[in-house]
Design a binder for this molecule. Structure first.
Ligand SMILES: Nc1ncnc2c1ncn2[C@@H]1O[C@H](COP(=O)(O)OP(=O)(O)OP(=O)(O)O)[C@@H](O)[C@H]1O
Length: 338
């Protein structure tokens, strides 16, 4: 039995060989996440899918997809996976543990009306832009860029949750989170690197101005806002923001994907705003030819593991955490899942 102040009762009866569960860290729609000790004593965030996730084909595929891709990607600003099993009763994903949690928690801890210090915000945004530059270089689209999927450690950030990520050459189910979702996704079109840039643009606006650019209390209201409205200029909300950065953040929110800057342009501008000469990112590792992973097999970090997902479908599905149901069965955009 595992106890923690926040989650006094451990709900999963399952154990994963090689890991000792220490306490529950959080609960997502797909899985429970525990602080666990590996055999070498290292602490990890151990993701164990809910029984229900394993029973539902689509949810199980989403978890398997997250395991395979997180193991495959190697980048300082993408949450590092130590080990994992994509499918079967022993499915799990052992991730680097972030004791300081995700960015949402940091934003929620701020006093009302306060923003993150500007340099801290620029640094986090530059790290996320760097992670996206890498993913887009590989031909992958993350599809769920938002503060809840950004983990923070000592002022540096790493992008996590590869459950919705896919390689554009292979296709994948289109999804997103309504506050961060690009107009083309609301239109039911396929997502691209430019859709991730739009989501990063929302985060830039939110972190640097202290307010989200679009508001709404339902999916429909948010859809109208993203499709038809233009946000107030960032300079109006925070006159100290670097002009070039506020201009680029607004460009990242262009309704047409082709008009948005690339993740790399954002990365470079953010580094320049931090006073750091932007270097080219050099990647020494890219995914190799897809191979099918046998269900239930544990995949080591050094084996390239592909994603096998269905072709794009429409209409788009809101990301799982944004369609979380309340007790009356309606889904709430605002409900925290923890
Ligand atoms: N690497 C980590 N380090 C620390 N805490 C983590 C880590 N990964 C996840 N958590 C905690 O566990 C919670 C649930 O994780 P997450 O949201 O990834 O679960 P999920 O079931 O995969 O999500 P989804 O609802 O998108 O399917 C997070 O909100 C966070 O509090």
């Amino acid at each position: 039995m595992v106890y923690s102040a926040r989650y006094p009762v451990m709900t999963s009866e399952r154990t994963i060989p090689g890991y000792k569960l220490l306490r529950l860290l959080g609960r997502g729609n797909t899985s429970l996440v525990y602080l666990a000790a590996a055999e070498d004593g290292r602490h990890v965030a151990l993701k164990i899918p809910h029984e229900q996730t394993l029973k539902e084909k689509e949810a199980a595929e989403r978890f398997g997809n997250e395991v395979r891709l997180t193991l495959q990607f190697r980048h300082p600003h993408i949450v590092h996976a130590h080990a994992g099993t994509p499918f079967g009763a022993q499915a799990f994903l052992a991730l680097r543990y972030y004791p300081q949690g995700d960015l949402t928690e940091h934003l929620e801890d701020l006093p009302p009306g306060r923003r993150l210090p500007e340099r801290q915000a620029l640094r986090i945004l530059a790290d996320v832009a760097s992670a996206l530059t890498y993913l887009h270089h590989l031909g992958a689209v993350h599809q769920d860029v938002k503060p809840q999927n950004v983990y923070v450690h000592e002022g540096r950030a790493a992008l996590g949750d590869m459950g919705s990520t896919f390689f554009t050459s292979q296709g994948g189910k289109v999804s997103g989170s309504p506050f961060y979702m690009a107009p083309e996704i609301y239109h039911g079109e396929s997502s691209s690197g430019a859709s991730d840039v739009y989501s990063l643009g929302i985060m830039m606006y939110e972190l640097l101005s202290g307010a989200r650019p679009f508001h709404g209390s339902s999916y429909e209201e948010l859809m109208v806002a993203h499709l038809t409205r233009f946000p107030r200029s960032m300079a109006h909300l925070n006159s100290h923001v670097d002009r070039r950065i506020s201009r680029l953040a607004e460009l990242a929110l262009a309704k047409r994907p082709a008009e948005r800057p690339s993740a790399d342009e954002l990365r470079r501008a953010l580094l320049e705003a931090l006073g750091e000469p932007p270097q080219d990112e050099i990647y020494d590792d890219s995914p190799s030819t897809p191979e099918v992973v046998t269900a239930g097999r544990t995949v080591g970090r050094h084996k390239p593991v592909p994603m096998v997902v269905p072709a794009p479908t429409s209409p788009p599905a809101p990301a799982e955490d944004d369609k979380e149901s309340d007790r009356s069965g309606r889904w709430s955009l605002f409900k925290r899942r923890k």
